[in-house]
Design a protein around this ligand. Structure first.
Ligand code: ADP
Ligand code: MG
Length: 219
């Protein structure tokens, strides 16, 4: 298949994107474009390089080679500006167990200098959106896996990101909890949020545009 034409208006633009860890090639020269409003999925088994790719898009890991632009900016020089406009749901839950449900969002909002009253209103709205409003004052620890994942999604939306990155958002959840996460993501897409996500569940390769290659060891 021919290399897709370069589209400068893509929210994520990658050509020959590569990540190496010493001799291990974790991401092997992949090309993709994520257009505004699109939901884009990386589908592949464990070890395929999905998290490595997401971390490069999220500007927390530098590419070893190739070209990458996120929101039209260069992650190497504009990392903080890009990160301020991203929503990130990491593969492992990183919720603060010391804080209550609503406090997890309010505290996160402070990193983005969101005024307190705006953060309060947004927290209420987002907890409603992820169906956790009645748990707002509860501890995080006893929440189910699905609830924690939904709370992490709400947290990722606090800064009203134009681009939402989700690394295996449904992994480890039971079918009902997975369904609820997918339903919320579907609504976000309808609201115009651009979504990039990964999954290793073959039945969740729901987007027509998939891109992932297994990592391989260099000879
Ligand atoms: N920080 C790291 N140091 C060394 N190897 C790594 C590191 N992160 C990932 N890898 C390796 O890179 C490959 C791809 O991993 P990863 O991107 O986590 O894949 P996936 O998310 O698709 O399961 C794996 O072989 C993994 O062991
Ligand atoms: Mg992973």
């Amino acid at each position: 298949m021919a290399t897709p034409p370069t589209r400068t208006d893509a929210l994520v633009h990658a050509r020959g994107l590569t990540k190496r860890f010493d001799k291990l090639v974790a991401v092997d020269a992949i090309d993709f474009d994520v257009q505004r409003g699109e939901a884009f999925g990386f589908l592949g088994p464990n070890g395929a390089g999905k998290t490595s790719t997401m971390r490069m898009i999220g500007c927390v890991s530098s590419p070893s080679g190739g070209e990458l632009r996120v929101l039209g900016l260069n992650p190497l020089t504009d990392g903080p500006r890009i990160r301020a406009r991203l929503g990130v749901v990491p593969q492992a839950d990183t919720l603060d167990m010391e804080l209550r449900v609503d406090e997890n969002l309010l505290t996160y909002a402070r990193y983005f200098d969101i005024p307190r009253n705006v953060a309060r209103a947004r927290t209420e709205e987002l907890l409603e959106f992820v169906q956790l409003k009645d748990r707002a004052r509860d501890e995080v620890e006893p929440l189910s896996g699905g609830m924690k994942r939904r709370l992490t999604i709400a947290r990722a939306l606090v800064n009203e990101p134009g681009l939402l990155l989700l690394d295996e958002p449904t992994t480890g959840l039971d079918p009902q909890a997975r369904h609820l996460v997918w339903d919320r993501l579907y609504r976000l897409k309808q609201q115009g949020v651009t979504i990039v996500l990964t999954t290793h569940y073959m039945d969740e390769g729901w987007t027509r545009r998939k891109s992932s290659r297994p990592g391989r060891r260099a000879a």
